[in-house]
Design a protein around this ligand. Structure first.
Ligand code: APR
Length: 231
């Protein structure tokens, strides 16, 4: 079976109703990164950071996977599929995708501030001041903040290196190391980029750019890949 790697960003969840970060009226237009998404922000004001992510979590629990998330799942009958997502929502998992690697953490989980290996599911939408891990330290959202290491990148790189087909969906490719992952792809791997906005992506070999929304373009591409594979 051929291997497909799907790299996703906020754009794939936009049609489910979750705002992207850098589009007009995106999250970073309404919040300052340094106030809510850095270790310094946490050090300064844990309540504000918890509240910011509580709102994000509440929203994730209210929305559903869209056609882009659900159509991808059919690829698993014909290919070995790995999803590498920058998204912190669980919409790929809820759609039914099996292998999902979250580069930037998961909003529905909390993490110990003493031992980062202690990760817990969050019940409901709120993580509160005073919620502690088994070692007694305050729990933080299980999110990779700006300025923090991205440990999952080490697992993501070999997955990209082995891919026969790579599909990039809905990411501005501005945040590293995630944005650099495509550079590890084999020259001969077929690459697709789905985004309604044009991105600076021209020096990549074997690349087809599909300038459309994920909800429209992904189901088409999935059909095309399955048909080609069945030939
Ligand atoms: N379908 C496909 N793509 C879309 C859609 C849509 N319906 N709507 C918007 N997009 C595209 C935008 O054109 C943009 O290129 O999604 C991309 C979203 O880019 P960002 O908002 O920068 O999101 P992302 O690339 O996922 O951000 C990376 O930045 O703040 C951090 O940790 C956060 O994981 C996030 C990282």
């Amino acid at each position: 079976m051929k291997r497909i790697v799907i790299l996703t960003g906020a754009g794939i969840s936009a049609e489910s109703g979750i705002k992207t970060f850098r589009d007009a009226d995106g999250l970073w237009e309404n919040y300052k990164i340094e106030d809510v998404a850095t270790p310094e922000a946490w050090y300064k004001n844990q309540l504000l950071v918890l509240e910011f992510y509580n709102q994000r979590r509440k929203q994730v629990l209210e929305v559903k996977p869209n056609k882009a998330h659900t159509s991808i799942v059919a690829l698993e009958d014909k290919f070995i599929v790995n999803i590498i997502t920058q998204n912190i929502d669980d919409l790929h998992e809820r759609a039914g995708s099996k292998n999902v690697l979250h580069l930037h953490g998961e909003i529905l989980k909390s993490r110990s501030t003493k031992n980062p290996k202690l990760i817990y599911p969050i019940k409901g939408w709120e993580l509160k001041l005073g919620d502690v891990c088994e070692l007694g330290s305050q729990l933080r959202p299980n999110i990779v903040w700006f300025g923090e290491q991205v440990p999952e990148i080490e697992n993501a790189i070999p997955i990209v290196q082995r891919a026969d087909i790579i599909i990039v969906i809905g990411t501005s490719l501005l945040v590293y190391p995630a944005a650099g992952l495509i550079m590890y792809a084999n020259n001969s791997a077929k690459k697709y980029l789905i985004d309604p906005v044009s991105l600076p992506f021209d020096e990549i070999s074997n690349l087809r750019i599909i300038r459309d929304t994920a909800g429209k373009a992904v189901p088409h591409l999935v059909n095309e890949l399955i048909m080609e594979n069945d030939k």
